[in-house]
Design a protein around this ligand. Structure first.
Ligand code: VJV
Ligand code: CA
Ligand code: ZN
Length: 376
């Protein structure tokens, strides 16, 4: 397995933020992942960096001044009042005005932007920011646990240097915020695999393919409940191969949302840790500058397991790893087996029922074969 230079961004403060006690999004998962990376002795094998926090001004490269200003001011105490004054930037329980929300966003976005810069400088082959991947955030509003779209900001940073960026999203939810931001340009191709049908955010059908100059440069792969590794791979690999052939991206951003794993609290797919990671392994073999980001993932112990394993994949040392977990600060979380694994469940794969996956693969590949050559 050939080696790559890997840079891992981690801010030790990130794990202390909380969306609220019973909110499914738990920033602590980045700290647990970091602890596993530590006990697996992976830190000495990569550049471990703490990024500069993103400033409000940097965030306005995508978001509106009004929205960023609101986020920088909002607290649990004044949220109602700020919202009453006619601003509806945060809506409902999904996006609470939690303590330190702006600082949390500045860590998440700061990591993704710094990672993009380091890749573009040629200082690293793979950059990782597990605190990033917040794909639902919109230009002027928060959505689905996401406030600032670190992915859009990272891609905008890359577009200063390279002509074409490919965005791939394996989170169980549709990557709507990123798709929308680049819907009318051919300089970014977006490709999201997600559960579709009575599921948040409700967008991402095969027919949503981009508009104007961007026509054909958005691709959606809608899935039903229960997809397993083999079936997922049977659509992921040919679709990605075809995109690489027709689009020839200069860099790839892979959003590794871990709610597509079996047993996720909010997800409904049935991928194992290995199946999820095989997406990372597959992209890595293409030897294109690669940014790995986090995203969803609500069964915290499985998120930590998978992002740890995927960091090992980035380093090319996954075959040397002891799948019996070394002792660590969170050891009791990983019982009763104490293993680095996420097994599949016995749920039915509804994608195989009436040949729906075959039709989706065929249609996606046909759309890609109709694409005109990429802009230079
Ligand atoms: O389905 C929705 C929206 C509602 C309105 C708000 N209620 C709470 C839930 C239904 C229509 N939102 C989704 C958002 C999913 C975001 C996924 C983010 C990512 O993984 O793609 C990237 C990071 C949703 N599903 C489940 C919940 N919200 C949910 C939110 C809660 C909750 C339980 C479930 C918020 C607070 C609390 N419990 C205490
Ligand atoms: Ca997705
Ligand atoms: Zn998700």
């Amino acid at each position: 397995m050939s080696k790559r230079r890997v840079t891992y961004y981690y801010d030790p403060d990130v794990g202390a933020f909380t969306y609220g006690l019973s909110h499914p999004m738990k920033p602590q998962r980045m700290r647990i992942t970091h602890e596993l990376l530590t006990v697996y002795d992976m830190l000495p094998k990569m550049h471990v960096l703490r990024a500069k926090r993103a400033t409000a001004e940097t965030m306005t490269r995508f978001h509106t001044d009004e929205y960023v200003h609101f986020l920088s001011k909002v607290t649990p105490e004044n949220a109602q009042q700020l919202t009453y004054q006619g601003t509806r930037f945060l809506v409902g329980e999904d996006n609470p005005a939690f303590d330190g929300v702006f600082e949390f966003c500045s860590i998440s976005a700061g990591g993704s932007i710094a990672a993009a810069q380091r890749l573009m400088n040629g200082q690293t082959d793979i950059a990782i920011n597990w605190a990033g991947g917040l794909h639902h955030a919109k230009k002027r509003e928060a959505s689905g646990f996401c406030y600032i779209n670190d992915i859009v900001l990272a891609i905008l940073e890359m577009l200063r240097t390279v002509p074409r960026v490919l965005y791939i999203d394996i989170d169980c939810h549709h990557g709507d915020g990123v798709e929308e931001a680049f819907y009318t340009t051919d300089r970014v191709m977006t490709c999201s695999f997600h559960k579709f049908g009575e599921y948040f955010p409700g967008t991402g059908t095969l027919d949503d393919r981009g508009r104007g100059k961007g026509r054909g440069y958005a691709l959606n792969v809608p899935l039903k409940d229960g997809i397993t590794d083999e079936a997922y791979k049977s659509v992921f690999q040919p679709v990605i191969d075809k995109i690489l052939e027709v689009y020839q991206p200069s860099a790839i951003v892979l959003q590794c949302g871990a709610d597509s794993l079996s047993g996720d609290k909010l997800g409904c797919l049935n991928l194992t840790m290995q199946g999820h990671a095989s997406c990372v392994q597959y992209i890595r073999t293409k030897n294109i500058p690669l940014l790995l980001l986090g995203g969803g993932g609500y069964t915290v112990k499985n998120v930590a397991r998978t992002w740890t394993y995927e960091t090992a994949c980035a380093l090319g040392i996954e075959n040397e790893i002891d799948l019996n977990l070394p002792w660590n600060e969170y050891f009791e979380w990983f019982g009763p087996r104490y293993r680095l694994e996420v097994p599949e469940s016995n749920m039915e794969d509804l994608n195989l029922r009436d040949g729906s996956l075959d039709r989706i693969r065929e249609t996606a590949l046909r759309y890609l074969s109709e694409l005109r050559p990429a802009p230079s």
